[in-house]
Ligand binder design. Structure first.
Ligand SMILES: Nc1ccn([C@@H]2O[C@H](COP(=O)(O)O)[C@@H](O)[C@H]2O)c(=O)n1
Ligand code: CDI
Length: 159
């Protein structure tokens, strides 16, 4: 059995009165993440961790931010496409561990729904998908609510 580890990072600007989609959940907040897609920072970090583990470049390589096909798209679709790219090379996903860094809103109440969205998209158990959150203790661009950051690691395996 071959196993590989992957790491992903993503950051998006926060803008007033913009939808805030994280892990496929639309959060009720006065600001939201801005990007070419739905700007789901958590799913983008997970896509990059998976692609990195399989040595398949990164999210922007496969889904260019100049391509109208991805304009406003749900990142759950990008995640499903990413899993297909891995499956074509024989990779299965072992587990994912992710960390969100944002001042507000509180993420904890939404974690089960995010885990379920990701589990449905990639076909593994919610038990193998960990999501955590921290503030940046009011420091820097995260502390000023100018941006949101996510990190993710994963294990993938094939026979
Ligand atoms: N956006 C967030 C940030 C944090 N949490 C939860 O609160 C705990 C304390 O956060 P600190 O940054 O003050 O250490 C953190 O461990 C998370 O459980 C959250 O849900 N959403
Ligand atoms: C997802 C893509 C494609 O719609 O656009 P964004 O939503 O701007 O997100 P980013 O994290 O910059 O990554 C890659 C992009 O090409």
């Amino acid at each position: 059995m071959k196993i590989r580890v992957g790491f992903g990072f993503d950051v998006h600007q926060l803008k007033d009165q913009h939808p805030f989609v994280v892990g496929g959940v639309t959060l009720d907040h006065h600001k939201g993440a801005y990007g070419h897609s739905d700007a789901d920072v958590l799913l983008h970090a997970i896509c990059d961790a998976l692609l990195g583990a399989a040595n398949l470049r990164d999210i922007g390589f496969h889904f260019k931010n100049t391509d109208d096909r991805w304009k406003g798209i749900s990142s759950l679709i990008l995640l499903k496409e990413t899993v297909k790219l891995l499956a074509e090379k024989g990779w299965q996903i072992g587990n994912i561990d992710a960390m969100l860094c944002l001042e507000a809103p509180k993420i904890n109440p939404h974690i089960p729904a995010m885990q379920q969205n990701i589990a449905d998209a990639i076909g593994i158990s919610t038990e193998d998908i960990s999501i955590k959150a921290t503030t940046n203790e009011q420091m820097g661009f995260i502390g000023r609510e100018e941006g949101v950051v996510a990190y993710a690691v994963c294990l993938i395996e094939k026979n």
